[in-house]
Design a protein around this ligand. Structure first.
Ligand SMILES: *Cc1c(COP(=O)(O)O)cnc(C)c1O
Length: 431
């Protein structure tokens, strides 16, 4: 697989180079030069396959020039150790639960795959690789857990002080070993800017063998295509046109859905559902793309003012805004509306969404008010509600049983390095 830069100013690179550098030399994001379609036999037999089988089939096609069959089998074995069940609430209303991994959020899929792939490369290179990741909460958790104990890799997680939930914080500040948490006196955009500056700093990037585990890394996106396809498999052989509603922040998840669609997955429409950080919905509604400072919300993993994967979305439609608008419906919601969605769903179906999934549900509901025709609507539930008890329990009035993944965090002690919010602070720390 050759990958080009969305800025079109540097030449295409190998998959390995793209994974190890994260960002292209010209500042763009890497995109596959071509996304192979899965063959007719794969689609015909889809409803008989489970998640691991689909993962094996898709990764074998995408990464056939990169890894042997044995290596791909090992990646699938390492990563897909938990399921992504489709829960039906109603005729035509389904929830794709992506929160059964070790950090109870969908980012486990991408982070674990990236760790498995990087472990192959670190072994080959015989030198240490450093990973920098900025997080608004869940990325740090998934990446830290995915990479904890992986030989030859050091991870630095930058997170905004006081702006991630206590539980999220515990997930990446208690691991120790090859994982270091950096507590930045600023917001998520500061963290992201600092990480970008470190990559632009050639001397440092070269010295530390720096790469990134944010959703800008292509190794994070590929495995996320798989659960979209698996969702369709779970609908069975006969289903209505499929609409996916994707609660979005940096838009990696939605981009992966679009990529799955490009490989032949039949999808009628994607819904880009956001909180008040509504840069992409505004664009889809006819405005221009205007990055804005991020606003805080109760769906804090989506508090992103300048979504980096937007450049990839544009590429997938060859720059045509019209085609993008035809395929993606945009919607955004206030915290009150998000709370309302949690309440509605609980009252109607006795199902508990976390605030992120609830934004996705609200998006699907709004979309259905606008477009007629029967569909199978699938809401991506990106996090487990037990990660956000402060918000959820006060609305539903029902305690959420704490999954084992969270219960064990209670006794663990936080270790984080306090840092200012300028690149010089980061540079001084990394040396
Ligand atoms: C990261 C995250 C999102 C946003 O995903 P993107 O790929 O950045 O759009 C949504 N929900 C949860 C729970 C997340 O952790």
């Amino acid at each position: 697989m050759q990958l080009y830069s969305t800025s079109h100013k540097s030449s295409p690179v190998s998959f390995k180079k793209a994974v190890l550098s994260g960002l292209a030399g010209d500042g763009g994001l890497f995109m596959p030069e071509n996304l192979p379609e899965m063959d007719a036999g794969f689609w015909k037999d889809l409803h008989n396959k489970n998640l691991r089988e689909i993962a094996g089939d898709v990764l074998s096609v995408l990464l056939k020039d990169e890894f042997s069959t044995g290596e791909i089998g090992k990646i699938v074995d390492d990563v897909f150790t938990f399921d992504a069940p489709l829960v039906s609430l109603d005729d035509g209303l389904h929830v794709l639960e992506l929160f059964h991994g070790p950090t109870l959020a969908f980012k486990d899929f991408g982070a674990r795959t990236m760790a498995a792939i990087m472990a192959c490369y670190a072994g080959e290179a015989g030198q240490e690789i450093s990973i920098l990741a900025a997080t608004s909460g869940d990325t740090g958790a998934a990446v830290a857990r995915g990479f904890a104990g992986v030989q030859g890799i050091r991870v630095y997680v930058l997170y905004p002080k006081g702006k991630v939930s206590k539980l999220q914080e515990k997930q990446f500040t208690t691991l120790g070993g090859n994982i270091t948490a950096l507590e930045v006196d600023g917001n998520f955009d500061d963290c992201q800017r600092m990480v970008k500056a470190a990559f632009a700093d050639r001397e440092l990037a070269g010295k530390l063998n720096l790469t990134t585990a944010n959703s800008i890394n292509i190794a994070r996106l590929l495995p996320q295509m798989i659960y979209y396809i698996h969702a369709a498999a779970q609908l069975g052989k006969r289903h209505k046109p499929i609409v996916f509603s994707v609660p979005s922040g940096n838009f990696g998840n939605l981009t992966a859905g679009l990529m799955a669609w490009k490989t032949g997955l039949p999808v009628k429409r994607f819904i880009a559902a956001t909180n008040q950080n509504n840069v992409v919905p505004n664009y889809l509604a006819g405005g221009s793309f205007e990055a804005a400072p991020s606003l805080e919300s109760i769906s804090n993993a989506m508090d992103v003012g300048n979504p980096s994967n937007f450049a990839r979305m544009v590429e997938l439609f060859e720059g045509s805004k019209g085609s993008l608008q035809a395929m993606i419906y945009g919607a955004y919601f206030s915290d009150e509306e998000t709370e309302g969605a949690i309440r509605d769903v609980y009252q109607k179906y006795r199902y508990t969404f976390d605030p992120h999934g609830a934004v996705g549900y609200a998006g699907l509901k709004e979309y259905r008010g606008q477009e007629s025709g029967q569909t199978d609507g699938i809401v991506l539930a990106t996090a487990h509600p037990a990660k956000f008890p402060e918000t959820v329990v006060q609305i539903t009035g029902k305690e959420i049983p704490v999954p084992a993944q969270l219960a064990e965090l209670d006794q663990k002690k936080k270790h984080a390095v306090p840092l200012g919010n300028s690149y010089e602070d980061l540079r001084a720390f990394l040396g």
